[in-house]
Each structure stands twice: as structure tokens, then as C-alpha cells.
Write a protein that binds this ligand. Sequence first.
Ligand code: ZN
Length: 140
Amino acid sequence: MYGVLICSRCGTVQGVDLSHARVDCVRCWTKIKVSRAKIYFSTDSPQELAIAVRRLAERERGQETPFIISKGTAVRGGDVGNLEAIEATIAELEGEKGQLTYMDLSSALGLTGATLDKMICRLLAAGIIYETGPGTYRVV
Ligand SMILES: [Zn+2]
């Protein structure tokens, strides 16, 4: 089961796996106790989760500062450091291929290993992509 919550420290709306006792905020890395957090929406569907994250984030916008990826996270071919630019890149790739694999994301983002895993977690939590199967993703 997945849920949507809002970080009490930075106000970022994010999707989490409710089976975890604690999660790290995707933006400020605050440890969030899942059992104590207000869950705005819950679902078993990764796609519904992603859509719910986006809806709530849109509703909350105005109180929220833009979602900027921490320094040091570079996207190949440029100095792009925000999720919107990454979203545009992977949405274009998905348009060509129909769906995205772990390796597609690796080559599109120029990331590998733990850095790529962390980025995928962020993209999932931010409602930009959702998992369609083991190692396959679609843009919401
Ligand atoms: Zn936070």
C-alpha cells in the first residue's frame, strides 16, 4: 500500500510506501515517521499514487518553493538541476520507446548505481514516474 503525505518540515508532497516505518523526505531528507504522518490518500496502484501526489502538490502550490534537486546531481549534457527538466527529458524518451527501463533512465539521466536509485526514488515520490513492473516505468 502506498500513501501521499506532506513533509512537516519543508512541505513537499510525496508518495511513500506505507509498509515502511520511516521514510526520508525526498527534498530535505528529514526522517518522517509514517505512522504519525497524515496520509492524504492511499492506494495499491503506483499510477494512482503518482496522480494523487501531483493533484495534492498542485493544490498546495503557492506555499511551496520549487522542487530543486540538491547540488551535485547533474544531468548529462547540461546543467539541468530540476525535476521539470528531467521530466521533459524522460517524457520525450518514453514517447519514443513506449515505456522506460532502468537502463533507459540510466542513459537518459547519465546516472548509475546508488545515485540513479536515489533519483528514481525521487521521481517516484514526486509523482513524475510510476512503476509498471520490476525495472520498468512510465511517465505519469
Ligand atoms: Zn522535507
